[in-house]
Design a protein around this ligand. Structure first.
Ligand code: AMP
Ligand code: ZN
Length: 674
């Protein structure tokens, strides 16, 4: 193809893909199959890679997210981004309506029209298009200055990169996370041992501030656009027309909006959505009514904080008061002990609640929550209700403190924190039945034995059927036992067995990591893998020998020795050894120190405990400090980074996310070894 043809084809593809994107995400009405869509996208990606001269900031390929951002630029809004006044009852709405009529001089009921809209519970966003192309997406911030989140917003499939008309336009709307996506995201985070998002709004806010755009793309944020700036420039005379016009341009507008002409209609609208709010796919926290006629809006104007022509009616808070009858302790799949409050049943957000999470024992201590206390419980999105606070004034002296468990309620094993900074108390018995599934998932994970086919669902089944009692049993599986499990054909069973066979070749440090020795993470496993040559050699190591190693302290050494002194461990490693795992490794592990002389600082929450990442950096030759200085070479940035990041930026220090770090390590390793 000559470049002219390529250019034409690229443009065609972009148009077509965006059209199908719109059909699928905005209209929910696709006209081609996923496969056909993927084929078009693949063709475009290939062409763009081959002909970078035709790159475009508004190409649908931008939606996948491939950039790692350093941070977010501040954006001064050209006009104040107002918030809304709130009303909490019908009476307040009546008052509001009276006030508006007086101010605007419209007394005839039927002459004042409102538009009722749902109040989406996300974050507000301002979008700017020039000649139909998205050029800026900014958060509200404090109303005057927000942040430029354009790259992240491009990954939101319902936000058009190119409009149906080449207009200059600014709109506002809400970026949100659906209930389903929120649930999915939290369940993944739970499995990874990451802190859960309290509600869809926090999840959406956290996601929009991610520095890794590909992660944002994976989290499937969504949008509703509800406001057109400078409507007169577009010949738009009412809010209703504005909604329609924006819809025509390709934005996703909310279908539940409605013209409202009188009180009965208003009341009906409120009642309806208060009742069905949890049946919607997306979170709402109220409804908004807006004066429909733009000329009346202009007449009414703004107060310092909000427009006079609109008001939000907020649904009553989803909190309830009740009493804690008892507290029990649950053991999660990673061994975390969670206190759970048993409550006097209470109605909350349409369901009867009998239990609520107390998060962890630090939370209980900080808030001084006791058994017998009257407490406030809250339901945020769809996760289980949580105890927000206890009401101390209601105490009569019979309340009992919630005690720290002395042993695991499932296996009676010892409990404790993995390191000082950890808030979670865990069962430290590696053989606790509550942890078996989690342990095997860890064993099969990418940084351990890397057995992809052994996914969570299959692990659950295998454990339930008694086929896996410890990770050593993985290598005892065969086609017969596997295919006997429902929905598993011979072919897929063989597939998994092939992967299991393949995993025997995993490098020794990953085998050590896979063992799940308490307090031994990926970093420590690497250290051990450098020094020892087989599981049996490691199992014979004494405390002194271990503690002589840089990066291994007394606690870790003790934990390793305790682990290998357990009879169950002996049984498990015998199984592994009999299958040739962890026998002798000949391949020299990373002996060089690719990060020699480099200084790192870490900020924010990473996918793994910070200690683990720190250990690994140290092991590769780097030093890791807590404060940023001009000597710092790199700052590793996780979620919700702290002030260290701004300091680092001011000093011009390079920032990396975890992927960036991996890339740096592999680059430098190559250099050293060549
Ligand atoms: P609040 O933050 O509770 O004061 O409510 C004001 C916010 O509601 C605005 O800044 C918007 O982000 C949000 N909002 C959600 N849905 C709408 C809507 N349909 N119209 C206007 N604002 C909305
Ligand atoms: Zn236990």
């Amino acid at each position: 193809m000559v470049p002219e043809d390529v250019k034409k084809r690229i443009e065609e593809l972009r148009k077509e893909i965006e059209y199908h994107n719109y059909r699928y995400y905005t209209l929910n009405d696709p006209v081609i199959t996923d496969y056909e869509y993927d084929t078009l996208l693949k063709e475009l990606i290939d062409l763009e890679n081959k002909y970078p001269q035709f790159a475009s900031k508004t190409s649908p390929t931008q939606r996948v997210g491939s950039k790692i951002l350093d941070g977010f630029q501040s954006v001064r809004h050209p006009y104040f981004m107002y918030s809304l006044d709130n009303a909490y009852s019908m009476d307040e709405i009546v008052e509001y309506d009276k006030r508006i009529r007086k101010l605007s001089g419209i007394s005839e009921i039927s002459n004042l029209e409102y538009v009722g809209e749902l109040k989406i519970d996300g974050l507000s966003i301002r979008l700017k298009y020039e000649r139909g192309e998205l050029v800026l997406a900014a958060t509200r911030g404090d109303g005057r200055v927000g942040e430029d989140v354009t790259e992240n917003v491009k990954t939101i499939r319902t936000i058009p990169l190119i409009l149906q008309k080449a207009v200059d336009i600014e709109v506002r709307g809400e970026v949100y996370m659906s209930h389903a996506e929120f649930k999915r995201l939290n369940s993944i985070r739970q499995r990874q041992g990451l802190p859960l998002f309290a509600n869809p709004r926090n999840a959406a806010a956290g996601t929009l501030r991610q520095l890794d755009t590909s992660e944002v793309s994976k989290r499937h944020l969504d949008s509703f656009i509800y406001s057109l700036e400078f409507p007169e420039r577009h010949g738009v005379k009412t809010q209703w027309e504005a909604l329609r016009y924006m819809h025509e341009l390709g934005f996703k507008t909310n279908k539940e909006s409605k013209i409202i002409r009188n009180f009965e209609e208003m009341k009906k609208y409120f009642d309806r959505y208060e009742k069905i709010r949890y049946d919607l796919d997306y979170p709402i926290d109220g409804v908004v009514i807006k004066v429909n006629d733009i000329s009346v809006q202009s007449l009414l104007g703004f107060t310092a904080k909000s427009p006079r022509w609109a008001i939000a009616y907020k649904f009553p808070a989803e909190q309830a008061r009740t009493r804690i009858i008892d507290v029990t302790v649950q053991v999660g799949r990673t061994g975390v002990l969670t206190p759970v409050a048993h409550l006097e049943p209470v109605k909350l957000a349409g369901t009867t609640v009998k239990r609520a999470s107390l998060h962890n024992f630090d939370y209980v201590k900080e808030r001084d929550i006791r058994i017998g206390d009257i407490v406030l419980v809250e339901k945020a999105g769809e996760i289980i209700p949580q105890v927000v606070k206890s009401i101390k004034e209601e105490r009569d002296g019979d309340e009992k403190p919630i005690k720290l468990p002395k042993s695991c309620p499932v296996c009676n094993g010892p409990v404790g924190k993995l390191d000082e900074k950890d808030v979670a108390i865990r069962c430290l018995n590696p053989y606790c039945p509550a942890k078996l599934e989690g342990w095997i998932e860890h064993f099969a994970s990418r940084k351990a034995m890397d057995i992809r086919g052994l996914g969570n669902k299959l692990v659950t089944k295998l454990v339930k059927n008694g086929l896996l009692k410890d990770p050593g049993d993985v290598y005892e599986l065969n086609v017969e036992t596997l295919s006997k499990l429902e929905k598993m054909g011979k072919k897929s069973a063989q597939n998994i067995l092939d992967q299991i066979e393949q995993s025997k070749k995993a490098p020794f440090n990953r085998v050590i990591n896979a063992l799940g020795i308490p307090m031994v993470g990926e970093g420590t496993a690497r250290l051990l893998g450098e020094k020892f040559h087989s599981i049996s050699e490691l199992s014979r190591a004494n405390e002194k020998e271990l503690m002589q190693m840089a990066g291994i302290g007394e606690k870790v050494a003790r934990s390793i020795i305790d682990f290998f002194s357990m009879p169950q461990t002996k049984r498990m490693i015998d199984k592994l050894i009999s299958h040739g795992i962890g026998v002798i490794h000949e391949l020299p592990l990373q002996k060089t120190r690719p990060l020699n002389n480099l200084k790192f600082v870490i900020t924010g929450t990473l996918s793994k405990p910070r200690e683990e990442i720190k250990n690994r950096l140290i092991e590769l030759g780097a030093s890791v400090t807590n404060t940023v200085s001009s000597k710092t070479n790199y700052i590793i940035v996780g979620e919700n980074p702290g002030s260290k990041l701004s300091k680092a930026k001011a000093l011009g220090i390079k920032s990396l996310d975890e992927d960036g770090l991996e890339k740096l390590i592999s680059q430098l390793s190559k250099k050293k070894s060549s």
